[in-house]
Design a protein around this ligand. Sequence first.
Ligand SMILES: Nc1ncnc2c1ncn2[C@@H]1O[C@H](COP(=O)(O)OP(=O)(O)OP(=O)(O)O)[C@@H](O)[C@H]1O
Ligand SMILES: [Mg+2]
Length: 279
Amino acid sequence: MSAPTQPADPAAAMLRVRQLTARFTTRSETVEAVRAISFDIASGEAVGFVGESGCGKSVTARALMRLAPEGSSVQWGGSVQFQGRDLLRLPEAAMQDLRGRRIAMVFQDPMTSLNPVLSVGRQIDDMIRRHAGVSAREARRRTVDLLGLVGIRDPQRRADDHPHQFSGGMRQRVLIAMAVSCEPDLLIADEPTTALDVTVQAQILRLLKRLRAELGMALMLITHDFGVIAGMVDRVHVMYGGEIVEHGAVDDLFAAPAHPYTRALLDAVPRLTQRGGAA
Ligand SMILES: Nc1ncnc2c1ncn2[C@@H]1O[C@H](COP(=O)(O)OP(=O)(O)OP(=O)(O)O)[C@@H](O)[C@H]1O
Ligand SMILES: [Mg+2]
């Protein structure tokens, strides 16, 4: 248990997570995947969560959407205050209204987050119509605009294509378009570039940065790779074994990591130790 991590102006916090726990119960055991973590995110702020596989990054992100991983049951504890309401205690109908509209997430596995049998345009149309209550024609107009905004060429025509007709990087752009379609206040991007090659990775990160500036969203960027964090976020949280073991401004952390585990993570990023900056 430790003090919450806070933005420069704690009063500006839009999200206040306190003593968050996530407990999975399987047939054989109970696992505490997230152990009483506390952090704040201010409006428009970009924060990073870094840590090795299994340390609890995705489960933490999912807590903000109150979504258990597929096929599991999870017991949440603590509180997730977002714009003055505790999301862990909100009725499900209110939570459904909030998901996608106020808090949106680009999930870790792009293929399973898109429906393979529907065109990508249709999937974005549906998202817009669910939350904005506009006509089919207006939804499609916005969808085409969004696909253009995320850098899909010939968006009018591409809207009718299915997910398998897009490359990995283009699919990730589609997911980002869908996530920002309702102009959320907080965008969670869970390993948005892990499956992509370095050039495409850099393009997707630039896109996220530009969208955040244009739409004024807060960004929670999750990765196991410190190289992705540099230049993207103001503050970073290092997670280990379900806890936040270190937190600070990115530059401070890079210059003088306090926790041995943070040092080990930084050592795993050769291009950073060469002081060339992130690719
Ligand atoms: N569906 C599940 N059923 C049971 N336990 C789970 C489930 N999903 C996650 N966990 C537990 O929660 C822990 C944290 O998982 P999480 O997915 O948050 O890790 P992560 O940091 O996102 O890792 P990765 O970098 O591999 O995505 C896991 O180590 C596991 O113990
Ligand atoms: Mg994960």
